[in-house]
Ligand binder design. Structure first.
Ligand code: XMP
Length: 325
């Protein structure tokens, strides 16, 4: 029978045998896959592992800081933090088309990854949190015909774009490749990852950028980041975080009239999206108590400058998608 202990032991042995004295690069995202991977590899090869975290500026409030702090201070795994916020927002300035936004963010990610890996390298191996379903999907496209070994032609950065340049192709270390998601969670837990990572809601690679409809500006990012924080903070306070597949806010590029005190306001509406789902393929809007909606709405309008109205998205998937872009 499969046990996490046996898996971890075997994976550590395998990684050691494969990597030897060589150096391994890992791009940390803060999700359960890359975090579990970091833990496992750190145990196996210690400081031959370099963890890199690229902050594109579209993560949730406090998450980049928290991630780096968690790894450095609590797990004693050094993380190379790359602040790329300015270049990402510049790269998508003026872009309103959702696909174009995604594409540019994905390409910029590859560019930063490339620069940083050259600067910190050279590395022989790239560690990826490839899971069993990913292996099946990319069957033999990533195999070196000479050695039969899987090589990285892309990086799994949940951006789904961006080939690596020819001279920067790593051999892969993929110790999670036989696991399904729920098994990764078990392994992560067994080696000491906190629940906040193990059961973290899915979060798209392009992050908050695809939850700002229309142009992404620094100002809009701040508004959405704060609005999004209210959603997470409130459902956590009410012990409801795990009732949802995802829970987030979307910022609309329009304004509507409101009144606060005796002042007329003219500000942005925010869409509240609370999702129930098993796998993200189909999804339902959550039938939550009106009180929760009211509390979130009140907090949003009171605490987030630039927001004066909250609407609840009651569209399931299909026909809607979970994200708005
Ligand atoms: P949709 O909006 O297609 O989303 O119903 C389904 C699930 O996928 C997530 N999602 C993404 N994840 N990169 C990602 O890593 C992306 O570009 C992306 N777009 C959507 C979404 O959050 C939901 O969980």
């Amino acid at each position: 029978t499969w046990t996490t202990e046996a898996f971890v032991e075997e994976a550590i042995r395998e990684v050691k045998a494969k990597v030897g004295e060589k150096r391994v690069l890992l791009a940390l995202s803060g999700g359960v896959d890359s975090s579990t991977l970091a833990f496992l590899l750190h145990r196996a090869i210690g400081d031959q592992l370099t963890c890199m975290f690229i902050d594109q500026g579209f993560m949730r409030k406090y998450e980049p800081e928290r991630l780096v702090q968690l790894f450095r201070d609590e797990f004693a795994i050094p993380v190379h933090y790359v602040n790329a916020r300015d270049r990402f927002i510049e790269r998508i300035a003026g872009v309103t088309d959702p696909e174009e936004k995604r594409k540019r963010i994905g390409h910029e990610f590859i560019r930063v990854f490339e620069e940083e890996s050259r600067r910190l390298g050279p590395f022989d191996y790239l560690a990826q949190g490839t899971l069993y379903p990913d292996v099946i999907e990319s069957a033999d496209t990533n195999v070196d015909p000479k050695t039969g070994e899987r090589v990285a032609v892309k990086i799994k950065s949940h951006h789904n774009v961006g080939g690596l340049p020819k001279d920067l192709q790593f051999k892969l270390v993929e110790p999670l490749r036989k696991l399904f998601k729920d098994e990764v969670r078990k392994v992560g837990r067994s080696i000491g990852l906190p629940e906040e990572i193990v059961r973290r809601h899915p979060f798209p690679g392009p992050g908050l950028a695809i939850r700002i409809i229309g142009e992404v500006t620094a100002e809009r990012l701040n508004i959405l980041r704060d609005a999004d924080f209210v959603v997470r903070d409130e459902i956590q306070k009410q012990g409801m975080y795990h009732d949802f597949w995802q829970a987030f806010a979307v910022l609309l590029p329009i304004r509507s009239v409101g009144v606060m005190g005796d002042q007329r306001t003219y500000a942005h509406p925010v869409v509240l999206r609370l999702i129930a789902s098993e796998d993200g393929m189909t999804a339902d809007w959550s039938r939550v108590p009106y009180d929760l909606l009211e509390t979130i709405s009140n907090r949003m309008v009171n605490e987030v400058k630039g927001v004066n109205r909250v609407v609840y998205d009651i569209t399931s998937k299909p026909p809607g998608t979970i994200e708005w872009e």
